[in-house]
Write a protein that binds this ligand. Structure first.
Ligand SMILES: *Cc1c(COP(=O)(O)O)cnc(C)c1O
Length: 222
């Protein structure tokens, strides 16, 4: 039987130094999260706003909380006062709500734009042209509390590794294009969130800077 520490260090050992691990702790208990914290992990990712709202006060304040799931506008309020990075922004109305809640909390909120790269219709995100248009038309006054930190994507859930590789390469190439076209207006546009337990190796090879890994560390979700 492998221990949490064995699995955590195996994941960490496979990461190049420029890639950051987000430990995905959705459905895990506060005790499980604390055990990983005690091994040194500080960045955690959650998918459900109420679950995150309930766990956050029970855990150390130096945890960096990443919201990685689909975020509904009416749930932004549960996480807006403390979230470190919102990974999956997929519509303009969500930007306005994040701006409003950031103002109310007197802070800035950093976010990534989710790009739809998978074949599956069920996955969320902008298409490439929508992201280009959104960034070109970015209103720095309307969204003065928002920091655009880069892009996020989820590959198709398939055994076809060549397809997954192509999807990650496509997202990385869009990120490079926007970084050179818009970097002057968005100096923090540096992150590329892609890769989970099953495909992190392919994501890293394509240029990921943030991998979101749950089951390889904590074990299968019940
Ligand atoms: C659950 C989830 C992950 C982690 O998945 P694992 O297969 O457990 O590594 C990563 N990203 C998102 C958006 C998720 O919902």
């Amino acid at each position: 039987m492998s221990t949490l520490s064995d699995r955590y260090h195996a994941v960490l050992d496979a990461l190049p130094p420029n890639v950051k691990l987000i430990a995905v702790s959705k459905t895990r208990t506060v005790d499980e999260i604390k055990a990983l914290y005690d091994l040194g992990q500080r960045a955690f990712g959650e998918n459900y706003p109420q679950e995150l709202r309930d766990k956050q006060p029970l855990l150390p304040t130096d945890i960096e909380w990443h919201f990685i799931g689909h975020l509904q506008r009416n749930k932004v309020k549960y996480i807006s006062s403390f979230v470190h990075l919102v990974h999956a922004v997929d519509d303009m109305a969500l930007l306005d709500e994040l701006q409003k809640r950031a103002l109310a909390a007197d802070r800035s909120i950093s976010l990534l734009l989710q790009v739809h790269i998978a074949q599956e219709e069920t996955k969320h995100g902008f298409d490439a042209n929508e992201v280009r248009a959104l960034m070109a038309g970015w209103d720095p006054v309307r969204w003065d509390r928002l920091v655009l930190g880069g892009l996020m994507g989820m590959a198709t859930n398939t055994d076809d590794r060549e397809q997954v590789r192509r999807e990650f390469e496509g997202l990385a190439s869009l990120h490079r294009e926007l970084h050179s076209a818009q970097g002057e207006h968005h100096p923090r546009f540096t992150e590329l969130s892609m890769g989970m337990s099953g495909d992190a190796d392919l994501a890293i090879a394509a240029g990921s800077t943030l991998v979101r890994i749950g089951s390889s560390i904590f074990g299968p979700r019940g």
